[in-house]
Ligand binder design. Sequence first.
Ligand code: SF4
Length: 424
Amino acid sequence: MLDSQKIYSYLKANDWIPADKVPDADLLIISTCAFGEYEDRCCVELIRHYTDQKKGSAKVILAGCLPVINPSLLDGMGEMFVVSPTDLDKLDGFLNVKVKFTDVAEPNRILPAEVSYKPSLKKILNVSSLLAGLRSGIGWGRDPLGKWLGGIKNFIRSVALVRSYINPFLVGARDRLFYLRISRGCLGHCTYCAKKFATGTLQSKPLDRIINEFRSGLELKEKRFFLLTEDAGCYGQDIGTTVIDLLNDLFAAGKGHDFSLIISNLNAEWFIKYYDELEESVIRNQAKVLYVHIPIQSGSGRILRLMNRPYVIGDVERCLLRLRSKVPELKLSTDIMVGFPGETQEDLNLTREFLERVRFDFADIFGYENRPNTPASRLPGRFSRQEIEERRFCLLKVQDENAKTGTVVKKVVEVSGDFIRRKA
Ligand code: SF4
């Protein structure tokens, strides 16, 4: 969405004006997402819907991750100019412009009216994609009754656990956030990840540019700043600085101002590497941190190795519990993937127990999906969608319990370097 916002400003700077209706437009720009199969389907529906309506001479630009991650889905859809998230400046050559893409200021806000064409229609198309997915996922036509009963059971359980699906920090707030994109790409090579194909290796934004954007937000009296990145932890490794320098400079620049930071995608590998400095920085500035998002993915060391996530889960847990004890009010969130190929019941139990001990304030628990050309897609031991859903519900229940009983562990006593946790 932030890329779309920049494309909007770029076109405006080059004297393009928004058309009211698709058939009147000389140019269509469709920004895509390819996070999973559902997003793939939504994008394909949208592309078909709009390209069917366009006038013959109108050009089409396809941006975002889909054309990089899953290009075969676009076969037979007609001529389109494709730009990936890392080469948006190629638009200059295609549109033959006077103001170059790189000369347009980085946006920090997302204005839905500028980047979302007919959002309610988009929602309707998304629902139709969801139903198409349900139909194929539950095997309409093969044992329809049994599969439908399974689908209905899932639906009822989803409603009962709705609290555990909603990120309490972001609900209704996304359009009011002030985004600071700190980097693109990452240094990871997670075996399930196709996003990396589109976002590439790490490219950090210079520290002074981020601080200038932050200061301009403070001048505008912005209150909530979101560090946007594929991996906050590796920020700066390519330009001789670190995420700790970034945080400390942000807190120093914001001194005396009323604001809070959302630290997103601080990968566990870097969280433990920089733990001591992070703890010090967070303790000093705890009132300024809305929450820290540390994606863990699994509580099983065996699965983490298959995922190529280079950290020891025991180290992550020790650091998380220590952070809880030092800053009890700090909010923590995570991402957990279930149903990774070859995940045993024991692996799942390890993740469940990990969630029960750490008690995140929010955990995004999602099922593994095979993405094209990833090393994980060639691993044996795949699960059916229903099996993955069962595993997901098992962990959602833990998270629901955490949400009901409160996640903050009020009292932690240190004994010989280990921690004994007492429920508040
Ligand atoms: S760190 Fe994130 S973006 Fe990078 S490869 Fe792993 S999952 Fe993908």
